[in-house]
Write a protein that binds this ligand. Sequence first.
Ligand SMILES: NC(=O)c1ccc[n+]([C@@H]2O[C@H](COP(=O)([O-])OP(=O)(O)OC[C@H]3O[C@@H](n4cnc5c(N)ncnc54)[C@H](OP(=O)(O)O)[C@@H]3O)[C@@H](O)[C@H]2O)c1
Length: 249
Amino acid sequence: MTVVAKDSGLAGRRAVVTGATSGMGAAIARRLAREGARVAMLGRRQQRLDGLVAELGDQHLGLVCDVADIDAVNDAVAVAANRFGGLDLVVTNAGGALLGSIAEGDPHNWKSFIDVNFTGALSCVHSALSHMESPADVVMIGSTSADRPSSFTAVYAGAKAGVQRAAEGLRQELAPKGIRVTLVEPGRVDTEVSEHAIAEPGAVRGSMGSAFTPLAADDIAEVVAVTAGLPVNVCIGRIVVRPVGQIEP
Ligand SMILES: NC(=O)c1ccc[n+]([C@@H]2O[C@H](COP(=O)([O-])OP(=O)(O)OC[C@H]3O[C@@H](n4cnc5c(N)ncnc54)[C@H](OP(=O)(O)O)[C@@H]3O)[C@@H](O)[C@H]2O)c1
């Protein structure tokens, strides 16, 4: 049975969620759909997208899109906006992890990582903005690593710090237009991220320790649903969410 919270502020919203094929993005898409939003889900894995549309209903869209491809992002966002008659919520979540040292790592990897995790996020917002009017939400998923880089997360933390700084610049840019910008910075979340992580020489896996229970993807979906469902004049600019036991990053 689908439970729809009538006063969530999300019913009828027209959303784009990037990186919706697994982890937090899939949880956010499911949560928004459950609250009555229409959701365009972006990702590269067609089969996952088909499965989500079959699960959530064909009022939603699954759009194959590599967020590193700026033209593909523009096209996918336009398809969503045309189908939904505009957009009022975009969640930039697509990304991954890259662990390794600057001395031994491969700059080609860094470039493609930044193309997805930084430029990809901003180009999704750029595309969505041409279809959005106030009131609307931009929710960007960052990382606690932005403020706490380590010797093997310089590139990862640098990209996420870029997202953090860009989100604040964007908040200031969009405030006069009545568009709310929220940065959500998760700590460790139990997703597929480590399966797809780029591990370069110097990478240290499992360095956050295992003495705590990671967040669930649904925990982040809850945070996104709450913030996007707030009264339109209320903006929580930045939310840092860790499992209670996590110390670093
Ligand atoms: N898990 C954590 O502990 C954690 C903590 C802080 C921040 N984060 C960040 O949270 C975001 C979501 O990660 P997750 O933990 O949910 O991991 P995940 O389960 O691996 O999900 C990553 C999502 O990003 C998509 N993606 C990756 N590269 C893409 C590309 N080039 N174009 C389009 N989509 C792409 C993947 O879809 P396809 O493969 O189908 O394209 C997938 O849907 C990432 O930005 C990650 O850096 C994660």
